[in-house]
Write a protein that binds this ligand. Structure first.
Ligand SMILES: Cc1cc2nc3c(=O)[nH]c(=O)nc-3n(C[C@H](O)[C@H](O)[C@H](O)COP(=O)(O)OP(=O)(O)OC[C@H]3O[C@@H](n4cnc5c(N)ncnc54)[C@H](O)[C@@H]3O)c2cc1C
Length: 371
């Protein structure tokens, strides 16, 4: 065992002997435990990032309400309202995804324990089942925290850069989350790789839905029915985002086959499309449930958050999709896929500025993150 220079605070174990009674699990199978621990670790990292994000968001609102410029609290300025609302929207979205994945893991764990598994192996088994979701949470959670903290620094202005105020510490603490528990690049690659491996093993049907999307592309587009029922548009958009992923990932698999792993830029775009879609679906599912229990009026701001978030995610999906298609194909195939992407990333207009103003107003009045 060697200890490297203390300034790096790293400990290396080399040829280290472990007494037999201290061996955990089976010799040679430690990586299985380690990998599954990582899944739980990734979900927990997202939950910790959520807690940090909420705290920073509250500090941002409090500061914006007290700091005056041009004889007004800076929370009165639209530029600051936008930042506060966007902090809240992204926090609410990642919280929705965390609730969703935690519920899925808990249900699976109970199912496995009912089948006779011990608590420990049920926990690891359930986390393995939702390993893709855990990777998604890790990436999304750490990036929400980074965004929220970065905007927190900006709202504090020069004081954001000073160690006498809280944002300086938050900025440095937040950054590690994108690096440990598997860097966000590795988690993005892993998420896509796990989905494709499950499809190849026949555990996940990707080909069936991908073929249906191909067929749909040949047909007449859906022009909508002009119906404004609550969440009808968002539900359609999220379903179409999934079709766009199937279309692009399906093309990537066909084009590159066994060499797809080398096309990392493409895999990153596909991972981002999957993450944005999962997050958009999570906020939508949560707010649908909320409205069902509390009613539409009580959930007006959560509805604003949902339509604004889905609007932004589908635009991001469009950009990622375009970059992926343009890297993979040319000519007629490129035109057809770009047309398909346009069809699958359409959304009725949302006045996101008005929605963010309403969300910020509630935050400023509550003087905290209130959702
Ligand atoms: C404060 C702190 C606490 C930590 N705690 C723990 C701990 O408790 N347990 C533990 O096991 N580890 C811990 N780590 C280690 C941490 O998990 C690693 O730093 C992290 O996994 C990245 O590895 P690396 O530093 O070797 O970076 P590298 O692997 O050298 O990565 C450098 C860059 O290259 C990218 N990269 C690397 N490989 C690829 C690839 N194949 N494809 C594309 N991009 C790639 C990375 O995404 C990154 O951007 C900790 C690190 C820090 C800083």
């Amino acid at each position: 065992m060697g200890i490297k220079g203390s300034s790096t605070r790293q400990v290396f174990f080399m040829d280290c002997k472990v007494p037999v009674e201290n061996v955990l699990g089976e010799i040679g199978k430690g990586h299985l435990i380690a990998f599954n621990i990582l899944n739980i670790g990734r979900a927990k990292l997202a939950a910790a990032a959520l807690g940090g994000s909420k705290q920073v968001c509250t500090q941002s609102v409090e500061y914006a309400n007290t700091r005056e410029q041009f004889k007004l609290p800076i929370s009165k300025f639209g530029a600051i309202k936008h930042k506060l609302a966007e902090q809240a929207i992204r926090i609410f979205a990642i919280e929705s995804a965390i609730y969703r994945v935690s519920g899925l893991i808990e249900n699976k764990e109970e199912e496995m324990m009912a089948d006779g598994k011990s608590f420990e192996s049920a926990l690891l088994g359930a986390a393995e089942e939702y390993a893709v979701e855990c990777a998604i949470l890790k990436v999304a959670g750490s990036e929400v925290l980074d965004f929220v903290v970065d905007e927190g620094v900006q709202i504090y202005g020069g004081y954001g850069y000073s160690a006498d105020f809280p944002m300086d510490r938050a900025y440095s603490d937040s950054r590690i989350n994108r690096i440990f528990e598997g860097t966000n690049e590795i988690n993005r690659l892993l998420a896509v790789d796990m989905i494709l491996k499950r499809a190849m093993k026949g555990e996940l049907d990707l080909m069936g839905p991908a073929m249906s999307v191909q067929k749909e592309l040949m047909g007449i587009p859906d022009f909508g029915n002009g119906n404004n029922k609550l969440f009808e548009e968002e539900t359609k958009v999220v379903a179409n985002m999934k079709k766009a992923i199937l279309m692009i990932a399906g093309t990537a698999v066909q084009k590159y086959m066994m060499t797809l792993a080398k096309e990392q830029e493409l895999l990153m775009r596909i991972a981002d499309m999957a993450i944005d879609t999962y997050m958009a679906e999570s906020i939508l599912l949560r707010v649908q449930k909320l409205v069902a229990t509390k009613g539409e009026e009580a959930c007006a701001l959560q509805i604003d958050m949902t339509s604004t978030y889905v609007n932004d995610m589908v635009d991001r999906l469009n950009v990622n999709g375009k970059n992926a298609i343009n890297a993979m194909c040319e000519g007629d195939e490129q035109r057809m896929l770009l047309m398909g992407l346009k069809r699958f990333s359409k959304m009725a207009p949302v006045n996101t500025i008005a929605a963010r103003r309403r969300i910020a107003k509630a935050m400023i009045e509550a003087n905290k993150y209130p959702f």
